[in-house]
Write a protein that binds this ligand. Structure first.
Ligand code: ADP
Ligand code: MG
Length: 267
């Protein structure tokens, strides 16, 4: 128990005494006259997978931007593993174990799948990222890249141009690159967007592996409810910048506030 009690906060999150993997406290963002997010508080214990849903414009991506340091909140705090990183840089948060993928692909499209993965592994190895280092299959970063590509099921695509991959494989590559950085908390923004339906189960398994095989704590924005319900332990519902509910999928779907917020809208 954290001993604190705030609206929207699961006070039972995590084992006694352990800091949650992620905690946001009374987070708000105002841009110009617009209140983009208001008073968002929640905790995510280590190893949990949480879904984030809400209509377009609800503030889901903005919440991820505040957690990852793309934006600074107007008020409130972001804690990773109990450390207050509210004012820390994006890089400092990555070093502290935060990894994220973006709503649009962030790969180097002209490089091969293996070269993309190797660059991510090089960064992890503490070496300067370099497109000009001759890719030697034998070096540690290269071996790690090969391992991770096998893990996400892209071993056979290692020599393909990343830009030519179907969406589902691009997402798998992004996740392999994320894994190269050994993240503790992973933010996935609409990983299924644009992915062909036949590729959804494979990508779902890769996301499950983040949690099962790597012990990552995962927050994912996803409109694909079947995917979410098969993966997540809790769902956070954002609506016009407010956290309406955060609970098990069953409890959230049964919540009258959530139901009325979604009346006539697709989630
Ligand atoms: N940098 C920004 N400047 C002004 N408004 C922004 C900015 N970023 C996001 N917004 C606004 O914040 C709201 C939430 O956006 P976003 O987080 O992208 O929503 P979602 O990911 O839930 O679809 C939207 O109304 C959007 O127009
Ligand atoms: Mg978004």
């Amino acid at each position: 128990m954290t001993g604190r009690s705030r609206p929207g906060v699961d006070a039972d999150a995590g084992p006694v005494g352990a800091a949650p993997a992620l905690e946001v406290r009374e987070l708000s963002l105002r841009i110009g006259g617009a209140q983009i997010l208001e008073d968002i508080s929640f905790t995510v214990p280590t190893g949990e997978i949480v879904g984030v849903i809400g209509p377009n414009g609800a503030g889901k991506t903005t919440l991820f931007n505040l957690v990852s340091g793309v934006h600074q909140p107007t008020t409130g705090q972001v804690l990773l593993g109990g450390r207050d990183l509210t004012r820390a840089s994006i890089t400092a948060r990555a070093v502290a174990g935060l990894g994220r993928t973006f709503q649009t692909s962030s790969l180097f499209p002209g490089l091969t799948v293996h070269e993309n993965a190797r660059l991510a592994a090089q960064v992890r190895a503490g070496r300067a990222i370099s497109l000009f280092t001759f890719p030697r299959r034998g070096d540690a970063a290269s071996r790690r890249a090969t391992e991770l590509l096998e893990e996400v099921g892209l071993g056979h695509r290692a020599d393909h141009r990343a830009g030519d991959l179907p969406h589902g494989d691009k997402r798998k590559l992004e996740i392999a690159m994320l894994l190269a950085t050994d993240p503790q908390v992973v933010l996935l923004d609409e990983p299924m967007a644009g992915v062909a339906s036949g590729d959804v189960p494979g990508l779902t398994e890769v996301i499950r592996g983040l949690h099962r095989d790597h012990g990552c704590t995962v927050l994912m924005v996803e409109h694909h409810m079947e995917v979410l319900l098969g993966l997540v332990e809790r769902v956070a519902v954002l609506h016009f910048g407010h956290l309406l509910a955060m609970d098990t999928p069953e409890a959230v779907m049964a919540d009258p506030t959530v139901q009325s917020a979604y009346l006539g809208e697709s989630v």
